[in-house]
Write a protein that binds this ligand. Structure first.
Ligand code: SF4
Length: 316
């Protein structure tokens, strides 16, 4: 039986960012250096495949420090942690490695600097996301006010409208955030913003690629996890850019073949925590049913790399 033709527009950049790459390397190097088990507080990055792979190598994933024995190393996830967490680990004299992405740490430093200058902080982010919890947890309780929407900006009650600054989560929608920032600046003209955008290069680049790719495709799949903020944003960006069907899939088994009946072209991208092996798995699943031609849609080149912490670079 001849297979129907299908053009796959493959977004680039897609998948792993430098922060995710570094966080995974940190766990692997810690396992090499100290042996298993190595404890990891929270999913190191939001991807089940990555977490399962590290678990098989000897990593143990826990939610709190209390779940870690005092005599084993513990790693903090790429999303960042409230200040209280490393302080508590140090108090307990635990061996810990912080895998917080340097671009998230940069936001932490920004927030602390504004606080020291006497400004109250507003964070644009998603309530309950570990990155938001980590960033808000850099300052004393009540010093960071969270806004998620333009409507929240109208409601937020601040101490002094003349002494405010804002930071953002790194994985937000570039367009939604621009609207929220504009609303903040309209209501609080004196508000101080980041020197440079807090939304990171990887989030921005992946969204840009989707904006170009989505209008070319009858449908679009984002390989990523349901708890991955940047992956969910890519689905929204694709739908907004005019793609009639934009869907998140963790891997090939999630593909809804009925919904894709009759398509002639498909866009594929992957969130910053999704490994390329899962993108290939999805493409291979289409090859079984279609005569596939892959066309890359390249909108940027990335060459960002972050060093792992010194403790892991030193030989034992
Ligand atoms: S998405 Fe951006 S901020 Fe988050 S880990 Fe990757 S590079 Fe760092």
């Amino acid at each position: 039986m001849t297979k129907p033709p299908l053009i796959i527009h493959l977004a680039a950049p897609r998948g792993f960012c430098a922060g995710v790459d570094r966080a995974i390397k940190i766990v692997e190097m810690a396992l090499e250096k100290w042996g298993a088990p190595v404890y990891v507080r929270h999913e190191i990055v939001h991807n089940k495949y990555v977490v399962d792979d590290l678990r098989a190598k000897g990593a143990v994933f826990v939610e709190e420090l209390d779940d870690c024995p005092p005599d084993r190393p513990v790693i903090f996830s790429a999303h960042g942690v409230p200040k209280s967490v490393p302080l508590e680990a140090a108090r307990r004299q635990m061996l810990f490695v912080d895998a917080t992405c340097p671009l998230v740490s940069k936001v932490h430093i920004e927030a602390a600097r504004h606080h020291e200058a006497g400004l109250q902080m507003i964070m644009i982010g998603h309530e309950g996301h570990p990155e938001t919890i980590g960033t808000m947890g850099q300052l004393p309780e009540g010093e960071v006010l969270l806004v998620e929407t333009v409507e929240d900006v109208a409601r937020v009650a601040v101490r002094d409208p003349a002494r405010l600054a804002f930071v953002t989560q790194t994985t937000l929608s570039v367009d939604d955030t621009a609207e929220i920032v504009a609303a903040l600046q309209a209501r609080f003209p004196a508000i101080v913003g980041p020197h440079k955008e807090d939304i990171c290069y990887a989030t921005t680049n992946r969204q840009e690629a989707v904006k170009v790719m989505a209008p070319m495709a009858d449908a679009m799949l984002v390989v990523g996890a349901p708890n991955s903020s940047n992956s969910k944003r890519l689905v929204e960006v694709g739908a907004r850019a005019g793609c009639r069907y934009a869907q998140l899939v963790q891997r090939a088994t999630d593909i809804d073949w009925r919904a894709l009946e009759g398509i002639r072209s498909l866009g594929i991208t992957a969130g910053a925590s999704a490994p390329e092996v899962l993108v290939n798995e999805v493409i291979d699943a289409f090859r079984e049913r279609f005569e596939v031609t892959v066309k890359p849609v390249v909108t940027a080149e990335e060459n960002v790399e972050f060093k792992v912490p010194r403790v892991l670079r030193e030989t034992a």
